[in-house]
Design a protein around this ligand. Structure first.
Ligand code: ADP
Ligand code: MG
Length: 616
């Protein structure tokens, strides 16, 4: 048999490597801007067309390249940043693998103009799909100018995998945000189809954060500063009361490199324990400075995951310094005092009828299948006992909640622990009412057993169908705001919101661009009865970002779906009996009462037989 193994041509090897390093236009932006930073640039301009599909242009005033270096730069494993393996452990530059330019040149058309500061003439190189088309002297500014055109022109599979322009642009904005936050001293600008998204002048970290996330974040920033022999930590953490239910303002940087670190994220969340509203995530901008020998940045091609030699120790130092910063700003002590003896911070109530102290007849936290112990004594408190969220945790004995609900059991024979609960249910059934359970489910007796309804999903379904009806019948009803509210978003959320404004308006959400990433809400959808539209918009964006549906084709459904999710009643929200029955009635008036808009089960029936088996 003839030998069959052969070496891949460079162009093919580079295309394969590109698959790892260059996933989308944003990866090109990241690699090229990082190269500009490594070249000592103090001014970097990024100019994008069609979310990077047609053009990505990066101009820097860095050191530039000689004509030989310019040619060499496109070779695989060609780098000026390391010379031997041991250098990897002293890396202070963003790049060092020498892969980016070779990869980009393999899957796009690249034009490079570059000139060293002490030279009169620069070099022009044109490469397309790894083939050099031209190299010649050119007169140009000092520094480097890359133009990347027709990305993935020879990799159709990649091209198809790209998302809509707003989605791709968002990735680009995110990369620029990270790099701009990591290098606040460098001036960076970003233009898309001719309009400016960022024009950031070199500044300190605080000013940089404010110019990216808007002036409102300024008073939210608590400085954090710690120095040990292992690591220096600096930056800012957000005040708990400003924590939002969405990701977007959480950043770790190590030696000016953005990294993802779920484990360190947990250190911060734990430091904030008990002082955050449920599901809220505090902002943080944490900068670690450490000896490059103590970290390994070479475990992932895009280098957003790195390994810490002393991860545990850094974790401890991080958590302690976050605690200290919170303490210094008097956040921990006062809150601990206010909340003494309770971990129950009331949910910010969403709009679902009026907000009242919940009037629940049944302890919603009580799970009949969990509780054991003596249940033979039914004397207790009043039936209409209505626990506040704080009181709820203080209720040690479940019996107290059932008084008045049950018939006289004194004549009943002694029963095992769980059994009386079933009597409660029977009692409910005769009272023809459904109950809320764990502030999450609605339990309602049906002929064949007990139906369990997920309250949030049910409400999502109801709102979704109403919103879709608005779209289908073009019956836009907008509830005009008495006091139109303005709000500001960070640039990436602002772009996303701008891209879905027409869909929102078709639903009755009258939101308009107010300039400089701010918006004004003049009206909300009549079908939603919302009282906190800004919060709804924020949750909507978060839901939208996580939507799997192809945004381009199904924007309306996706917006309706996200809006339904964002404005639905939440888990943990207590419902009044009238609200419960309204929810059930409305659910069964839906076309598809069984599944949430995202396809999750809304209800299930526990058959009577199962109850009998349970109690055998
Ligand atoms: P790496 O950054 O890992 O070294 P790249 O493929 O990104 O690999 O770049 C290869 C080389 O090209 C760099 O090491 C650098 O010498 C040179 N280079 C790339 N971009 C620039 C730039 N904007 N200015 C000056 N030199 C650059
Ligand atoms: Mg590089």
């Amino acid at each position: 048999m003839p030998d069959i193994i052969q070496l891949l041509p460079d162009s093919v090897a580079n295309q394969i490597a590109a698959g790892e390093v260059i996933q989308r236009p944003a990866s090109v932006v990241k690699e090229l801007v990082e190269n500009a930073i490594d070249a000592g640039a103090t001014q970097i301009k990024v100019n994008i067309k069609d979310a990077g599909r047609t053009l990505i242009q990066i101009t820097d005033n860095g050191c530039g390249m000689s004509d030989t270096d310019a040619r060499m730069a496109f070779e695989r494993h060609a780098t000026s940043k390391i010379k031997s393996a041991s250098d990897i452990f002293a890396i202070r530059t963003m790049g060092f693998r020498g892969e980016a330019l070779a990869s980009i040149a393999a899957i796009a058309e690249v034009e490079l103009r570059t000139k060293e500061h002490d030279q009169d003439l620069g070099t022009f190189i044109h490469i397309s799909g790894s083939n050099i088309i031209a190299q010649e002297p050119v007169s140009c500014d000092s520094g480097t100018n890359f133009q990347i055109k027709n990305l993935f022109f020879n990799v159709p599979a990649r091209r198809k995998f790209l998302k809509s322009n707003p989605a791709e642009l968002k990735h680009i904005i995110n990369e620029i945000q990270r790099i701009a936050l990591a290098n606040s001293d460098i001036s960076i600008s970003l233009y898309h189809n001719g309009s400016a998204i960022y024009e950031l002048n070199g500044s300190n970290k605080r000013v940089r954060i404010v110019s990216i996330f808007g002036k409102n974040i300024n008073q939210n920033l608590i400085p954090i500063e710690t120095e040990t022999s292992l690591v220096k930590i600096s930056g800012f953490i957000g005040q708990p009361k400003h924590a939002r239910k969405m990701f977007g303002e959480q950043f770790f940087f190590v030696n000016q490199r953005y990294i993802k670190h779920p484990y360190f994220h947990r250190a911060i969340m734990q430091a904030y324990e008990k002082i955050l509203p449920p599901d809220a995530i505090p902002s943080y901008f944490i900068y670690f400075d450490m000896n490059p020998a103590d970290i390994d940045v070479n475990i992932h091609p895009t280098k957003t995951e790195i390994k810490f030699e002393n991860e545990q120790a850094v974790w401890q130092i991080l958590q302690a310094s976050v605690r200290e910063a919170l303490g210094k700003f008097n956040i921990v002590p006062s809150i601990d005092f206010d909340q003494a003896g309770s971990v129950d911070i009331p949910m910010p109530l969403r709009d679902y009828g009026d907000v009242h102290t919940p009037e629940i007849k049944i302890n919603p936290a009580y799970n009949p299948f969990e509780q054991t112990g003596s249940t033979k004594n039914y004397s207790g408190t009043d039936r209409s006992f209505a626990p506040t969220p704080t009181q709820r945790t203080n209720l040690s004995s479940w019996q107290s909640l059932y008084k008045g609900l049950e018939p006289d059991f004194s004549s009943q024979p002694e029963t095992p622990a769980d059994e009386p609960v079933q009597f409660r249910m029977e009692e409910q059934q005769t009272a023809k009412s459904s109950v809320q359970f764990k502030n999450k489910y609605i339990l309602t007796p049906v002929k064949s057993g007990l139906m369990v309804i997920d309250q949030k999903r049910a409400h999502e379904r109801i709102l979704y169908e109403r919103l879709m009806q608005v779209i289908e019948n073009h019956e836009v009803a907008s509830q005009q705001q008495l006091f139109p509210e303005t709000f500001e978003l960070n640039a990436s959320d602002a772009t996303l919101l701008t891209s879905i404004l027409p869909e929102l308006r078709a639903l009755g959400f009258d939101v308009r661009d107010f300039g400089k990433n701010s918006f004004i809400i003049n009206g909300t959808p009549g079908v939603l009865h919302t009282s906190s539209p800004v919060e709804i918009i924020e949750s909507l964006l978060e839901e939208f970002k996580n939507s799997p549906v192809n945004l381009q084709e199904k924007a309306r459904e996706t917006v309706a779906m996200s809006l339904a999710q964002a404005s639905s009643i939440q888990y943990g929200q207590a419902l009044k009996p009238a609200e419960i029955s309204e929810l059930i009635d409305n659910l069964f008036a839906c076309k598809t009462p069984n599944f949430s808009p995202k396809g999750k089960k809304i209800l299930s029936i526990m058959p009577l037989d199962d109850f009998e088996k349970l109690l055998k």
